[in-house]
Design a protein around this ligand. Structure first.
Ligand code: Z5A
Ligand code: MG
Length: 218
């Protein structure tokens, strides 16, 4: 019998500032898991395909204006509308890899000046990631990558403010949920070098997890 059959899939989140290579590495990890014979699914946030996601997309492309609180709640609502599917997949043994999650939600809105606690609340009790990989890259390198600056938030000052908020988010995650839940990853080097670094950090949770799915901030 398969010893992994009683295990649920791991929920792994990629976070980090713009152009640090999250989407690239999320795809690499999904491919690698599948190559190793494991089931994996990619979940991007914001998920721009839903009705809420389309409103978020218009906002990010500056085709629509929105109150800061309202857009914050829409980003969270966009996660809530995906939460049941994430839980269902994890329970059926699929590893779910998210490209951004609630931590981006908090860091970007708090960087705009909304109170940190307000930013935290709407995501309370969403599925808790088993591991968040926070990719770091010097700003000079990130700004030189293609398409930087095309969307709202892609300015150096906004990125710096967001970096500071991400540090506070990391403290919240580790103090509430444990040090093992948040790992910083050096995202410099070639795509393959970063992918190998990440594979080493993912380690045995790629084989599945025995405990229940946790709840964020609970
Ligand atoms: N946002 C929010 O405010 N609230 C929320 O709750 C959430 C998000 C969930 C859109 O996000 C915005 O929404 C984002 C946060 C906010 N705003 N900002 N700023 P998004 O995830 O849709 O953003 P994106 O358009 O996908 O870009 P990105 O995520 O910032 O990029 P990335 O995924 O980190 O990088 P990449 O696409 O993998 O790579 C960027 C380029 O570099 C690309 O040309 C790659 O080929 C290249 N690349 C990647 N890796 C390497 C290496 N190792 N070497 C050289 N070149 C590389
Ligand atoms: Mg991306």
């Amino acid at each position: 019998s398969d010893p992994s059959s009683s295990r649920r899939g791991a929920f792994i989140v990629f976070e980090g500032l713009d152009r640090c290579g999250k989407s690239t590495q999320v795809s690499k990890l999904v491919e690698r898991l599948e190559r190793e014979g494991r089931k994996a699914r990619l979940q991007k946030f914001p998920d721009r395909t839903t009705a809420i996601g389309k409103m978020i997309d218009a906002y990010l492309q500056s085709k629509a204006e929105m109150d800061d609180h309202a857009i914050h709640l829409l980003f969270s609502a966009n996660r809530w509308e995906c939460a049941a599917a994430i839980k269902k997949d994890l329970e059926s043994g699929i590893t779910v890899i998210a490209d951004r999650y609630a931590f981006s939600g908090i860091a970007f809105s708090a960087a705009k000046g909304l109170p940190f606690d307000f930013c935290l609340q709407p995501d309370t009790s969403l599925p808790l990631p088993d591991l968040t990989l926070y990719l770091t890259l010097p700003q000079e390198v990130a700004s030189q990558r293609s398409q930087f600056g095309e969307e709202r938030y892609e300015t150096i000052s906004m990125q710096q403010a967001t970096r500071e908020q991400f540090a506070l988010v990391a403290q919240q995650v580790t103090s509430r949920h444990g040090e093992s839940k948040w790992t910083q990853v050096d995202a410099s080097g070639t795509i393959e070098q970063v992918a190998d670094r990440i594979w080493g950090l993912v380690g045995e949770i790629a084989d599945g997890i025995e405990g229940d799915i946790g709840r964020l901030w609970v």
